[in-house]
Ligand binder design. Structure first.
Ligand SMILES: Nc1ncnc2c1ncn2[C@@H]1O[C@H](COP(=O)(O)OP(=O)(O)OP(=O)(O)O)[C@@H](O)[C@H]1O
Ligand SMILES: [Mg+2]
Length: 210
């Protein structure tokens, strides 16, 4: 019996992660009453996650604090897995399939901190010990469109066109660098179309857990 299902949605700011997480949650909730669903995100609201959030709000230069932020993300992820993700997945039994949908994971650390100038291979090594998701979707969108979508929000540290282009490039490199079950989804389209592609793959993987 499979121990739960761990799904990650990742991608640049404004790629539609939060929307897709919500749509997937709603879809799975009504698909089968055996499913128990937890949505969660990184950075978390824990000790380290909150320190990261504060840095993202207060700092303006996207190039600064790369090492410090990487360290905090690694600590945050360790806590997140230990306290939240793994215990929830482990509650799965023959009557219940526990599904975690996580908004951002180590893919973001590799893509963002790689764009800050840290070595991508070293970032991958630092994240190698963490649990691999059953499936990961990287929502891929043109940074100019992503910025339009989030234009009304307060800008954060990494939300600058040239920097976002670097991050996107790194996300697109990930399938060739990792052995993860990672799918790049075209997110320049309507949310309905983006979700259709995500749903199709999740349905396929769920057939295997029945
Ligand atoms: N495919 C899409 N088509 C049109 N609008 C979209 C699409 N995806 C997202 N949006 C809109 O763009 C905005 C940003 O989307 P969302 O908050 O889901 O992005 P995000 O990836 O979670 O961003 P962040 O990383 O900053 O949290 C929202 O207003 C959302 O409704
Ligand atoms: Mg979001």
């Amino acid at each position: 019996m499979k121990k739960g299902l761990f799904i990650v949605i990742d991608g640049i700011d404004g790629s539609g992660k939060s929307e897709i997480v919500k749509m997937l949650h709603n879809y799975l909730f009504s698909k089968n009453k055996k499913y128990r669903i937890l949505t969660t995100r990184e950075p978390t609201n824990g000790k380290y996650g909150n320190r990261i959030r504060e840095m993202l709000r207060k700092e303006n230069d996207p190039e600064s604090s790369g090492k410090k932020i990487t360290e905090l993300f690694i600590k945050d992820r360790k806590d997140h897995l230990k306290n939240t993700i793994v215990p929830f997945l482990n509650k799965s039994d023959k009557n219940e399939l526990n599904i975690v949908i996580c908004d951002r994971y180590y893919y973001s650390t590799i893509a963002f901190q790689g764009a800050q100038g840290l070595d991508i291979k070293a970032l991958i090594r630092k994240n190698r010990k963490f649990k691999k998701p059953d499936i990961t979707f990287v929502l891929d969108v043109k940074p100019s469109l992503a910025l339009k979508r989030i234009a009304s929000r307060q800008k954060e540290k990494f939300e600058q066109l040239e920097f976002m282009k670097k991050i996107r490039k790194n996300f697109l490199l990930l399938p060739s660098l990792l052995k993860d079950n990672l799918i790049i989804v075209n997110s320049n389209e309507s949310l309905e179309n983006v979700f259709e592609n995500v749903k199709k793959e999740v349905d396929r993987i769920l057939e295997g857990t029945a």
